[in-house]
Structures are given as structure tokens and as C-alpha cells.
Write a protein that binds this ligand. Structure first.
Ligand code: HEM
Length: 138
């Protein structure tokens, strides 16, 4: 579920073999995650999902660790916590279509900020949409 079937994407991304490389490695993933939670913290559209989070510094690390592996980079999350089982880990939170929309709005803004465009953006749009929809539990 959380692995990315790369298929022919290696060719589409050019010489880079994984989305992790295409985005720019760990530093770029960290920047994306920071921008994402900055939006969640500040954008009124995200106030309901912001309230579900306690310590954003914990969230920042966890999402960073997760995304590195999910994009085909180092498996930091799995090394620390085992299989992500993300739907199960989100079961305690009330995630309806509106919450999913707020999460995606923050991620879209963060990707705009980081100027993630082209094939990589299309790929990430689709993958984030898919996973965020999978989290809906209400
Ligand atoms: C659809 C709307 C979503 C909402 C409302 C939501 C909300 C939350 C909340 C409240 C937490 C617990 C606080 C924390 O540990 O940071 C959490 C954890 C987490 N979320 Fe989400 N999330 C959503 C979607 C996603 C998506 C799409 C991803 C991945 C791309 C994701 C990745 C994670 C990860 C990796 C954790 C840490 C899990 C753990 O180890 O406990 N979330 N999320």
C-alpha cells in the first residue's frame, strides 16, 4: 500500500531513479514537510486538523521519515516504527472528506512553495490524493 510501484517512472524522471532523488533528497523532503506543517499551523482552512496534532515537531519528524522511504529513499520510518500501517495509525482521528481536503490544501501549498512542478508534481499529486483518500474513516 505504501510502497510506490515505480514502473517506468525512472525513465520519466530522467537520470534520477526515484521520486526521492527527483525531489532533491533528504533536504528537499525536510523543506517540503516544514512548509506543509507551517501551512497547517497558519491556514484557517486547516484549523480542525491542526487541533488533532499535539506537538508539530514530532509530526514533522515522522512525516519526514515516512516520506523519505515512501518516495524510494532511506527507510527511516520503518527502521524506527516498523510497517507504517497508516490507516490504522490514523484510526484514532476523525478524518472526513473535509479533513482530507484540508490536508491536501496544505500539501498543495507546500508543493507550490517548493516549486515542485512537471512530471514529479503530477506523480506526487496523484500519490498524495490516493493516500489521503485512503485515510478517510468517517
Ligand atoms: C487525510 C488527512 C490526514 C489527517 C487529518 C492526518 C492527521 C494526522 C494526525 C492527527 C496524526 C497524529 C499526530 C502525529 O503523529 O503527527 C498523524 C500522523 C501521521 N500522519 Fe497523518 N493525516 C492525514 C493524512 C496523511 C497522509 C496522506 C500521510 C502520508 C502521506 C500521513 C502521514 C502521517 C504519518 C507518517 C504520521 C505518523 C504516524 C505515527 O507514527 O504515529 N497522514 N496524521
Amino acid at each position: 500500500m505504501t510502497g510506490i510501484p515505480l514502473g517506468d517512472l525512472g525513465a520519466e524522471f530522467g537520470p534520477e531513479a526515484t521520486p526521492f532523488d527527483a525531489i532533491g533528497g533528504e533536504e528537499a523532503v525536510r523543506d517540503l514537510v516544514d512548509a506543509f506543517y507551517d501551512y497547517m499551523d497558519a491556514d484557517p482552512v486547516a484549523s480542525t486538523i491542526r487541533a488533532m496534532h499535539v506537538d508539530l515537531s514530532v509530526s514533522r519528524n515522522k512525516l519526514f521519515w515516512f516520506l523519505c522511504g515512501w518516495l524510494g529513499g532511506p527507510p527511516h520510518y520503518v527502521e524506527r516504527f516498523g510497517h507504517p500501517r497508516l490507516r490504522q495509525r490514523h484510526a484514532a482521528f476523525s478524518i472526513d472528506p473535509e479533513a482530507r481536503g484540508a490536508w491536501m490544501t496544505c500539501m498543495q501549498s507546500a508543493m507550490d512553495d517548493r516549486q515542485i512542478n512537471g512530471v514529479l508534481r503530477q506523480f506526487l499529486d496523484a500519490r498524495f490524493e490516493h493516500l489521503a483518500s485512503f485515510m478517510i474513516n468517517r
